[in-house]
Design a protein around this ligand. Structure first.
Ligand SMILES: Cc1cc2nc3c(=O)[nH]c(=O)nc-3n(C[C@H](O)[C@H](O)[C@H](O)COP(=O)(O)OP(=O)(O)OC[C@H]3O[C@@H](n4cnc5c(N)ncnc54)[C@H](O)[C@@H]3O)c2cc1C
Length: 430
């Protein structure tokens, strides 16, 4: 009997536990260590921040569904991972031991890297539902006292889709509140151009997003490094292509939401051989750590190098479908090891993203994520808004019923020519 632990129960960790249970059967132990017992659907946070969703509608209590699927839940959270001892030390001092571990801890949010930045400082965040609820209070104040708004992503950020999404969601919410005419909006981003997205663009995202920005009266500053944030003023250096200072901006704001750079969480950061200098988990093409061969990783916590050099550091995004592909490959590979065979499945790391604008949106598919690509497609329209709502309802249902991938999802994605795994055929997965 193998003991498999999953560290983190977010988008990657929960479906990881479900896929492991499906592929391993009931003869093996699965334990999940998370901070708390609730799953929260992060992609809905932009809607929470303008009051279109509340906490309850995007959270799932994991305890009953895990019990049904015979998955142990440790909601204390991990204090420290000890991979040389095959042990997770929990907050409170107890330990969970494992034969195989999957790390799915998502990001630590590096607000402290910029003075005055983040929910403890002067800007809002939508990375966590608690932040989004706080951002909603600031939004209500903005509607009462309209003024300039700055939205964007800081230097080193690796999540740009949600910054664009929130720009247009906020624009719509302010139009609905009939105050948009009193709110000048500026998009401030580390990207070298609008629509780069950490992927050097996908299809025509540059033209599509610039055009949307113009149509929605949003100005922008690219190659932006945020130096400091004070109450009501953001100090931004705009860099030239050679990295020299092109312009210094002191931007006034009444409300600001800026996505931070990510790094690995404290429980895993700084473990020799496990993490890179930012604390992201090193993984080979089978999602397996090169130093600790029984440790795998999925999701935002995985180390991925940037697509190329940019004047201001820009990270590569890890989106839902890509994370699901890492999960499927990891479940398959752990099952192989349990059977005494070597891992052979590789995630496709395709980026499939829907950025909702409240009444429309932009969608893109990058296959593979790093150019040159076989599929490099982007599109916009009202259908994207409907598709994003579908994604939310569908994903939350998956989490609630304890299934990782109902049959029709697999069918639909393959009909689009998008597969989660390379290297092995679908009927060889299990
Ligand atoms: C605002 C926003 C919107 C996004 N929208 C989309 C979208 O529309 N489509 C899309 O495809 N992608 C989207 N993404 C990207 C990505 O899909 C999400 O960030 C996704 O939640 C990442 O999944 P994850 O499992 O890696 O991390 P998370 O979902 O963040 O889960 C990490 C889990 O680990 C737990 N954890 C952390 N530290 C510890 C510890 N020490 N001990 C125990 N547990 C711990 C956390 O509590 C959490 O439950 C969005 C990201 C953001 C920030």
């Amino acid at each position: 009997m193998a003991r498999v632990a999953v560290l983190g129960a977010g988008l990657g960790g929960v479906i990881m536990a479900y896929e492991l249970r499906d592929i391993l059967g009931r003869d093996h132990e699965i334990a999940v260590v998370n901070k708390g017992s609730k799953y929260s659907f992060v992609p809905s946070n932009p809607w929470v921040a303008v009051g279109w969703r509340d906490r309850e509608s995007i959270e799932v209590d994991l305890a009953p569904v895990f019990a049904k699927r015979d998955i142990a839940l440790h909601p204390e959270g991990a204090a420290r991972l000890h991979p040389a001892e095959n042990r997770i030390e929990l907050v409170g001092g107890q330990s969970v031991s494992y034969d195989f571990l999957v790390i799915a801890t998502g990001p630590d949010l590096a607000f402290d890297e910029i003075e005055g930045f983040g929910p403890e400082g002067h800007t809002q965040s939508i990375c966590h539902v608690d932040h989004a609820l706080k951002a909603k209070e600031a939004f209500d104040q903005l509607v009462k006292n309209p003024g300039p708004v700055i939205i964007g992503a800081a230097q080193g950020a690796s999540c740009y889709g949600p910054a664009y999404e929130f720009t247009f969601v906020l624009d719509k919410a302010l139009r609905d509140a009939k105050v948009r005419d009193r709110v000048p909006m500026t998009f401030v981003t580390a990207e070298p151009y609008v629509g780069h997205l950490g992927l050097d663009g996908v299809g025509d995202t540059k033209s599509l997003l610039e055009s949307e920005m113009r149509q929605h009266h949003v100005k922008w500053v690219t190659n932006a490094r945020i130096d400091k944030v004070e109450a009501g003023t953001m100090h931004v250096s705009e860099l030239a292509d050679d990295g020299s200072l092109k312009a210094a901006h002191d931007l006034p704001f009444a409300y600001s939401m800026i996505l931070p750079a990510f790094r690995g969480v404290a429980a895993v950061r700084g473990i020799e051989g496990l993490t890179n200098p930012r604390g992201f988990i090193l993984a080979d093409r089978h999602q397996r750590n090169p130093a600790f061969r029984n440790v795998f990783s999925v999701g935002v916590c995985v180390a991925i190098p940037p697509v190329g050099k940019t004047p201001v550091p820009v990270g590569v995004p890890k989106t839902g479908f890509m994370i699901e592909s890492m999960v499927t490959a990891t479940a398959h590979n752990i099952a192989r090891l349990v059977d005494g065979r070597e891992p052979d499945a590789e995630a496709t790391w395709n980026a499939v993203c829907l950025a909702d604008f409240g009444d429309g949106g932009v969608a893109f598919v990058a296959q593979p994520q790093i150019p040159p690509r076989n599929v490099n497609w982007s599109s916009s329209g009202k259908w994207v808004h409907a598709a994003k709502i579908g994604f939310e309802k569908y994903f939350l249902r998956k989490i609630r019923i304890g299934k990782s991938e109902p049959f029709y999802e697999r069918l639909a994605l393959q009909a689009l020519g998008i597969d989660k795994l390379k290297a092995i055929k679908v009927d060889e997965r299990t």
